[in-house]
Ligand binder design. Structure first.
Ligand code: GRG
Length: 300
């Protein structure tokens, strides 16, 4: 695959996901909370999680129309988490995805409800898929809920709120970020495999996908911490450099810059190792490798 053809695939898939997302609040056009939710949902964002779901789904030969509601719901849950994370009671941020955060553009109460609306609408979409669909759809929806909940993203966020540089062990830092950032990335990667159901190469495939997901999630967070240290607010589209000032535990503040960079390299090595494993099983990993390169090289 040439760079151009991946760029084209990325654009086409992103457009399909965006088209799905544009319509999720159609019944509520005049509702201010729905407008605030759409403001955050449609105002930028790299769409990396739905891209992971769609491209891995394609690699596993899961039909696109089955994948779309799952990919879209994951992006809705991700967006809700960003809206809530930006609230004054959490990270208190004023810029996200290159523009005013939801509570700055609207108000705190509306932003809180917009996040709630996104989460609940995501689950409504998933329930609708389960009602009309297979057992696999139920399992995939349940996995998304698990990864988003107290054992995943919310649990990680809860630990992160209280994690300060001097009181956290390296093991706890890894564990909280596997949950906070890694769990929803895992859902994006494992959902296509769950939707595919049982088949001959299933166990080995699942193991490589698990490994890919775990290391990609960790590398994603370490890179975020490295960018928070070295990038600019305009490039990132969100406020940078707050973590160190606030005494927050990040891979850079806990391990130092050099060590954080080498931990990042280690995670990325493991990511590509897992992709090689999938290629050895006979999958066409060209697109997912290209997407991984994009994630690896991201500057925001
Ligand atoms: C509030 C329940 C709750 C959870 C919040 C994910 C999260 C948990 C907070 C976000 C904090 C943060 C910036 C974490 C670093 C990794 C991360 C999730 C970055 C944002 O994801 P991108 O880069 O964002 O994919 P876009 O905007 O491109 O979708």
């Amino acid at each position: 695959m040439t760079e151009d053809s991946f760029t084209e695939v990325r654009q086409v898939v992103t457009e399909k996901v965006n088209r799905f997302l544009q319509n999720v609040f159609n019944e509520y056009e005049t509702d201010l909370t729905a407008q605030a939710a759409l403001y955050s949902l449609l105002g930028g964002g790299k769409r990396l999680r739905p891209l992971l779901t769609m491209i891995i789904g394609e690699m596993l030969s899961v039909p696109e129309d089955i994948l779309i509601p799952f990919a879209g719901s994951i992006e809705m849950i991700h967006t809700y988490s960003l809206i809530h994370d930006d609230l004054p009671c959490m990270d208190d941020d004023s810029i996200r995805r290159g523009r005013a955060t939801c509570h700055v553009e609207y108000d705190e109460a509306t932003a809180l409800l917009a996040g709630d609306a996104l989460l609940n609408r995501a689950y409504e979409i998933l329930f609708e898929e389960c009602i009309s669909g297979s057992k696999e759809k139920g399992k995939a929806a349940s996995y998304i809920a698990r990864c988003s909940g107290i054992g995943g993203m919310i649990g990680g966020q809860s630990e992160d709120i209280h994690a300060m540089i001097h009181s956290i062990s390296p093991e706890s830092l890894y564990s909280l970020h596997k949950k906070k950032t890694g769990a929803l990335i895992s859902a994006s990667i494992l959902v296509p495999h769950i939707l595919k159901g049982e088949y001959s190469r299933s166990e080995e495939t699942r193991d490589f996908l698990f490994s890919f997901a775990e290391h990609l999630g960790l590398s994603f967070q370490i890179k975020d911490d490295l960018l928070d240290y070295s990038s600019t607010t305009s490039l990132m589209g969100k406020t940078v450099g707050k973590d160190e000032k606030a005494g927050k535990a990040t891979f850079v503040t806990v391990f130092g810059l050099q060590k954080a960079r080498s931990l990042y390299d280690m995670e990325m090595k493991a990511v590509y190792h897992a992709l090689n494993g999938l290629a050895r099983l006979g999958y066409n990993t060209v697109l997912i490798t290209d997407l991984t390169d994009v994630i690896h090289e991201r500057e925001n």
